[in-house]
Design a protein around this ligand. Structure first.
Ligand code: F6P
Length: 355
């Protein structure tokens, strides 16, 4: 059989660009710069304790301790994307304010938003982490130095979104609004190779992911949904469910892309200053675009998440995403008044929830 090599990310992007003869090539170059940043982070993650970095540990905007690798990954993303002239500005989960492109470099028409190392509490335990990115167009009336308002666009306006997963293999998952495909890093060639040309989230699932330790803070619709899943075959769903929680959203999203499932980090009443755990601009929008481009669904529970117009750069939001039929069911539970008698041991006591 003749040898047929897999497409590289570069070849894939060039072939995609041929469909748009007027394209300048800026977008392709931007994606390649992002992919280079991801490769550099993959290398740093893989070397772990072997590669000591003298990076200052600080507190980030959310008051969480930044890990050395968070800081370093942020620096890598900034340095590899600021010089080429494709960007009008950047925003990162790890930086308080938007980043203007330094004056020695040209500015471009795109905005890059990223979470340089998602799930970084997993680094110390050698569990998968990832980088998430979102690309927007800079508004026509953008002013410089760039301000927060340029980035406050709904997820539906994203031009592209993706993530790199640093797991047993490093993968890059990408959507440019035309389906979702995934590339696996060939560590010998240093190239991302197209290994999954079309990813689709199965519509049905028997797997859900939620941090059950928060169950006493959930609203009634989520309690109802989880309770019905846990009741399994003997309950109203008449089938058994599996539960998973990696505490690395990018890894959960990847599992859902590969085999279906539903992920929930809903708005709860744990802390009234935090309307949800995940960040709209750096986590929910990019993962949401990928999931929807793969045929799944993303929602706040009450509204389609990609339609939410952000009000601040670091806004948090409740989210449910994954297999379409399950997300629609959860949305329906948010609209249906109901009474349910809770008997599940997760909820500790028998009580009556009313929505
Ligand atoms: O937002 C960061 C993050 O690490 C996500 O990747 C993950 O889903 C979530 O936080 C884990 O939250 P918890 O610590 O409540 O399980």
């Amino acid at each position: 059989m003749p040898f047929k090599h897999k497409k590289t990310l570069t070849q894939f992007l060039i072939e995609e660009r041929r469909r748009y003869p007027d394209a300048s090539g800026d977008f392709n170059a931007l994606i390649l710069d992002i992919s280079l940043a991801c490769k550099a982070i993959a290398k740093t993650v893989a070397f772990g304790e072997l590669e000591k970095t003298a990076v200052e540990i600080d507190l980030n905007v959310h008051g969480e301790t930044q890990k050395k690798l968070d800081v370093l990954s942020n620096r890598i993303f900034v340095q590899m994307n600021q010089w080429a002239g494709h960007l009008a500005g950047m925003a990162s989960e790890e930086m308080d304010d938007p980043l203007d492109i330094p004056s020695e470099y040209p500015r471009g028409k795109y905005l890059l938003l990223f979470d340089p190392l998602d799930g970084s509490s997993n680094i110390d335990v050698n569990v998968s982490v990832g980088s998430i990115f979102s690309v927007l167009r800079a508004p026509d009336d953008v002013t410089y130095p760039i301000t927060e308002s340029a980035f406050l666009q709904s997820g539906a306006k994203q031009v592209a979104a993706g993530y790199a997963l640093y797991g047993p293999t490093t993968m890059l998952v990408l959507t440019v609004g035309n389906g979702v495909c995934a590339f696996t890093l060939d560590p010998m060639l240093g190239e991302f190779m197209l290994t999954h040309p079309t990813l689709t989230v199965p519509n049905e699932t028997q797997e859900f992911a939620i941090n059950a330790s928060n169950s006493r803070f959930w609203g009634a619709p989520i309690k109802r949904y989880v309770d019905e899943c846990l009741a399994g075959q003997s309950g109203v769903r008449e089938k058994d469910f599996n539960m998973r929680w990696i505490a690395s959203m990018v890894a959960e999203a990847h599992r859902i892309l590969m085999r279906g499932g539903v992920f929930m980090y809903p708005r709860d009443n744990k802390d009234s200053t935090k309307p949800g755990r995940l960040r709209l601009l750096y986590e929910v929008n990019p993962i949401g675009m990928i999931i929807e481009q793969a045929g799944g669904r993303v929602s706040t529970g009450e509204t389609p998440a990609l339609e939410v117009v952000p009000t601040s750069l670091h806004q948090r939001i409740g989210v449910v995403f994954g297999s379409k039929s399950e997300v629609e069911r959860i949305e329906r539970y948010h609209t249906e008044p109901y009474e349910v008698e809770q008997t599940n041991p997760l909820f500790n006591s028998r009580s009556l929830f009313r929505f």
